[in-house]
Every structure is written in structure tokens, then in C-alpha cells.
Design a protein around this ligand. Structure first.
Ligand SMILES: *Cc1c(COP(=O)(O)O)cnc(C)c1O
Length: 435
């Protein structure tokens, strides 16, 4: 089959059977969701029915998983970032360092609390924020560093911890793509002041939508709890038939709570996370060994301080000269057709990302010089641009397959390389596929 012409030109695809489905559903997940459905407690803000809510159970399990005392579940990763920034007191007049290559929510969360996202270029080896570029971007307004553990890498937490300590500012870890990863044996999310997670559909742990903030700081936790629940907190002595929430109001909260359905799905999913992470690691190791046999595509190695690597997206780095000089977009489209899944080029750098347009939001309360500082185009991100030209990712459901699946990935890469000259004939797709 593999000597057939490219699937995107009408040939036979290398992979025709479906990849493992995502999200996964198990009998115990079904039971947990039905349990919520049959109860009268569908939300944190429902009356206490005598049982510990799924939300509290998940919060405790997620905190324990990370070896920290506190976890506040939230409605999304975006709201996790938002309340983390607010809990730290970050707002008007502050700057927050954000990597120039990440999902747009990292930057939009920062300006949504009134602060200015300062886009920092990446380390080409890991695609995460460059500590040197971050140090150079610090000003007296810099109030926090928001590092993102992107795709399958962990940002240099030693360097960023040092930088945050040196400047006396907070380190925020965005772990939306790294559930279960560890740096020097310690889970990501526990190295800075707060760790923020997303449990959106595509993530390694998911309830469709969802998020969480973890911390070891009780003062921050007290604020986080109130910020996501209209200023209320859980009572330690709930009474039957009444709300479990006490009205505190130390800070102005809003409602960013997770429902009981979502919390039940997350509590179940968490019990399978490490097993799934191990399966993906085994498959990636296999694939890396196969790719080492040939030229043209490499899986960049992790920093040796990453003691548990996780794979939200497996980064493939291409030597496109060996693909007849085709563009990464054309190669990724051809691979997607061969493998019947979406192989995507990495994000557009944030200084020109079509979804990051803060200047379109009304800012009547801001003076013009301040508005100008929100313009993402004022930043230069050459390393992020360079990575965008040469890297693509394989999404994690593929990595839950078997050795046969990994051999098919390697075969598809070889096939696309063999026929790369034909890629100029491939019509661009208008829309990206899911993921
Ligand atoms: C998904 C994601 C977010 C946002 O999470 P949502 O749950 O979609 O709001 C933030 N940061 C990163 C790195 C992400 O991948």
C-alpha cells in the first residue's frame, strides 16, 4: 500500500482504521454521571444532600495527586488563569510575561484582568518560554511570569524559579497541556505560586470543559475559592438541605464553578491519567527509535530534568529540505490524509495570531499609550516564527494506539517524504480539523 501515491492525491491512506477515541468513556464514568443525574446535587451551589460533593472529592484527589494541600476547580482553563492572576493581586498597571507561542487564552486572561501581556520569545529546543528572553523583558512593572508547559515539554522551572525569586514576583505555571508531568520528580504546577490546568475536551484529563488551580499557599487558596464562587466558600459544617457555601466576600468573586457532572467525570478520569501517560510514553519511545533509523524528522528530546514527560501533542521537527522544500503546512496536510487524523503545524506566534486581537475590545477606560501597549504586533518573536516553519504535532489519542500504529506513523512520514515533490499540487484546506 505504501508505494501507492499520496492519500491527499487520491491514493490509499497508510492508516484506514480509526485511532483510539477521545475522550474515553468507561462504565465507572457512566455510573458516576448517572449518580449525579439521579441526585438533587448538580452544582456546588446546590443544597447539601449528606454526601461529599464530587467537586470536593475531585479537588481533594487532584491536590493529593500533586502533593499540595489545596485545589480550586474552575469552569475552564481560562477562568483558572483569570482567578490565579486575581488571587495574586495582578491587575491595572502590571505586566505579565507570556510565551509568544501558546494558546491565545494565556494572553487574553492577562488583559482580561487589566494587565498587559508581554510576549516573550521561546527556547528553540523546547518551544517553551526562553528564560534569557524573559529576563530581558522584565521591567519594574513586571508582576508575574506565566510559563506554559507546551505540547510535550516543561519550561525550565529552575531558571524561572530563580528569575521570579530574583525579582520578587510570582511564577504562574500553565499546565493545561501537561497533566502529570514532573520536573526533578516534582509535579508541574507545584513549582510556582499557583498551577493552572484546563480540562477542556482536547486535554489529557477532560470533562468537556473544566479547569483547576492548585496551590500550597492557604492565603491564595482562600481568595481562589471566593473568586470562583461569587465570594463564597465551603463551610466546614454543612447542614442537610442547606447550601454548603458561606458568604464571605473578602474579594469580588464571580461564578466560575464546575458542575457536579463535570467533577464526577474528572474524578474518574484522574484515576486513569497515569496509565494513559505511561502508554503514550511507551509509544513515543518506540516511534522515536523508528525515526532515528532515517533522516528528515526528529522528536526533540526533553530536558533531562523532566523526570516524567507527558504528551498532549508530540512535536515533530522536520528538515524540510529533505521534503523537497515543501511547506510545513503542506507536509502536515499530507500526513493528516495518510493517517486519517489531524497532524497540525504548531500555533501561529501570538504577535500575529488571528485570535489575539485585544485592540478590538472596547477599552474606553484606558489612555491611548496604555492601549498601544496591548498591541501584540509590537513584539518580535523570531524563534517562535522559526519553529512555526518547521514543527508539527501529533495529537495524543494517536499515542494511545499500539506499536502497529506507531509503525504506521513512521511509514506515513517516509511515504510523504518520498513523494514530497508532488505536494505543491495539494489544495489547502480552509479549516483545520478538530484538535
Ligand atoms: C487549553 C489551554 C488553555 C485554556 O483552557 P480552556 O479550558 O480552553 O479555557 C490555556 N492555556 C493553554 C496552554 C491551553 O492549552
Amino acid at each position: 500500500m505504501s508505494d501507492d501515491i499520496l492519500a491527499c492525491l487520491g491514493g490509499q491512506a497508510v492508516r484506514t482504521s480509526p485511532w483510539p477515541r477521545w475522550p474515553r468513556v468507561t462504565e465507572s464514568t457512566r455510573r458516576a454521571v448517572l449518580d449525579v443525574l439521579g441526585s438533587t446535587r448538580w452544582a456546588v451551589s446546590g443544597a447539601f444532600d449528606g454526601r461529599v460533593s464530587y467537586e470536593r472529592r475531585f479537588a481533594e484527589a487532584f491536590a493529593t495527586f500533586h502533593g499540595v494541600p489545596f485545589c480550586t476547580p474552575t469552569a475552564s482553563g481560562t477562568t483558572a488563569l483569570t482567578i490565579a492572576l486575581q488571587a495574586l493581586g495582578i491587575g491595572r498597571g502590571d505586566e505579565v510575561l507570556v510565551p509568544g507561542l501558546t494558546w491565545v487564552a494565556c494572553a487574553s486572561a492577562v488583559w482580561s484582568v487589566g494587565a498587559v501581556p508581554v510576549l516573550v520569545d521561546i527556547d528553540p529546543a523546547t518551544l517553551t518560554m526562553s528564560p534569557e528572553a524573559a529576563a530581558a523583558a522584565c521591567t519594574e512593572r513586571t508582576a508575574a511570569i506565566l510559563v506554559v508547559h507546551l505540547f510535550c515539554q516543561v519550561a525550565d522551572l529552575d531558571a524561572f524559579t530563580d528569575l521570579a525569586n530574583l525579582r520578587g514576583i510570582a511564577l504562574i505555571e500553565d499546565c493545561a497541556q501537561a497533566h502529570g508531568a514532573r520536573w526533578l520528580a516534582r509535579p508541574v504546577g507545584t513549582h510556582g505560586a499557583v498551577g493552572c490546568f484546563s480540562m477542556q475536551q482536547s486535554k489529557l484529563l477532560t470533562s468537556g470543559e473544566g479547569g483547576a488551580v492548585i496551590t500550597a499557599d492557604e492565603r491564595l487558596y482562600n481568595r481562589l475559592e471566593q473568586l470562583r464562587c461569587d465570594g463564597r466558600r465551603f463551610s466546614t459544617e454543612p447542614s442537610l438541605g442547606r447550601l454548603e457555601l458561606l458568604e464571605v466576600g473578602d474579594v469580588q468573586g464571580r461564578n466560575f464553578c464546575l458542575s457536579e457532572f463535570q467533577a464526577a467525570v474528572l474524578a474518574e478520569g484522574l484515576t486513569r491519567l497515569e496509565g494513559q501517560n505511561a502508554t503514550r510514553t511507551r509509544n513515543v519511545n518506540n516511534l522515536a527509535a523508528m525515526l532515528d533509523q532515517s533522516e528528515g524528522v526528529r522528536i526533540p528530546p526533553a530536558d533531562r530534568r523532566v523526570t516524567t514527560q507527558t504528551f498532549y501533542g508530540l512535536v515533530l521537527r522536520f528538515d524540510l529540505e529533505l521534503f523537497a522544500g515543501a511547506s510545513i503546512d503542506a507536509v502536515a496536510r499530507a500526513l493528516s490524509s495518510e493517517l486519517r487524523t489531524s497532524i497540525n503545524p504548531i500555533y501561529e506566534p501570538l504577535n500575529r495570531h488571528p485570535l489575539l486581537c485585544p485592540l478590538n475590545a472596547p477599552r474606553g477606560d484606558m489612555a491611548q499609550p496604555e492601549v498601544d501597549r496591548l498591541d501584540p504586533r509590537r513584539f518580535d518573536l523570531p524563534a517562535a516564527e522559526d519553529a512555526r516553519r518547521t514543527c508539527a504535532t501529533i495529537t495524543h489519542p494517536v499515542l494511545l494506539d499500539t506499536e502497529i500504529g506507531m509503525a504506521q506513523v513512521a511509514e506515513a512520514l517516509a511515504k510523504v517524504r518520498r513523494y514530497a515533490k508532488l505536494l505543491c499540487a495539494v489544495q489547502p484546506l480552509v479549516n483545520r480539523q478538530a484538535f
